[in-house]
Design a protein around this ligand. Structure first.
Ligand SMILES: [Zn+2]
Length: 225
């Protein structure tokens, strides 16, 4: 228990703090209007069209900060605050998601790796702990290591997510400026929102790595006894 707290607690707290920070910064910059008065959906459409991605659809999604790009359906789904919002926050998030659509259109390396890992991570996230515990308690070390392998895959996935997210934000800021959608102060606000969002991915990666270390430590400590 103490070991778990030692490994997982700092990462968990960092994650919570990052979540709070992104929500606060999104809410704050949702109140700041754009001088161009465009909605997030309009901005995403402009950016996509400017890059020849007329085939990528933009749809409204449910929920707060639920924005994402779906590479299979070639659909950009924007949360209500972003889809209709005419704010600095909406512009940043909409442009970020459009950035993922460019990565997909370019068949960008890190996005490809990340997409290829999605199925493994989906079953690994619930099967990993089960396999580990079965191996651990039945004293089947290879089985426990298989579980750890799945935790390892999740950690790699969380780390590969970082360049994907950083790059999408970088592209977003470049396009918002070069297309003349945001100006000086607005660009600063966009940066704040996107940096806060990036921190949540850093926290998630640290969480995944500390989970991996915790279970690996548990098993190797267990073997020594
Ligand atoms: Zn993203």
């Amino acid at each position: 228990m103490l070991l778990y707290l030692l490994f997982a607690m700092p990462a968990f707290l960092l994650g919570l703090w990052a979540q709070m920070r992104v929500q606060r910064s999104f809410r704050k910059y949702s109140q700041v209007g754009l001088s161009r008065n465009l909605s997030g959906a309009e901005i995403a459409r402009r950016i996509l069209d400017s890059q020849g991605l007329q085939h990528v659809q933009i749809e409204p999604a449910q929920g707060f900060l639920s924005d994402h790009y779906d590479p299979r359906g070639k659909v950009l789904r924007l949360s209500p605050d972003v889809f209709q919002g005419r704010s600095v926050a909406a512009a940043g998030v909409a442009a970020h998601e459009a950035g993922h659509a460019f990565q997909d259109a370019e068949n960008w390396f890190f996005l490809r790796v990340r997409s290829a890992m999605v199925p493994t991570v989906q079953f690994g996230s619930w099967l990993g702990p089960i396999i580990f515990l079965v191996g651990f308690f039945l004293n089947l070390t290879p089985v426990a290591w298989l579980g750890i392998g799945l935790f390892g895959a999740m950690a790699v996935f969380a780390v590969v997510t970082l360049p994907v997210e950083f790059d999408a934000s970088k592209r977003a800021r470049q396009f918002l400026t070069s297309e003349g959608i945001v100006f000086q102060d607005e660009a600063q606000g966009v940066k704040r929102v996107l940096d806060a969002a990036a921190l949540t991915y850093v926290a998630a990666a640290i969480q995944a790595i500390s989970t991996l270390l915790y279970y690996a430590f548990l098993l190797t400590g267990f073997n020594r006894d």
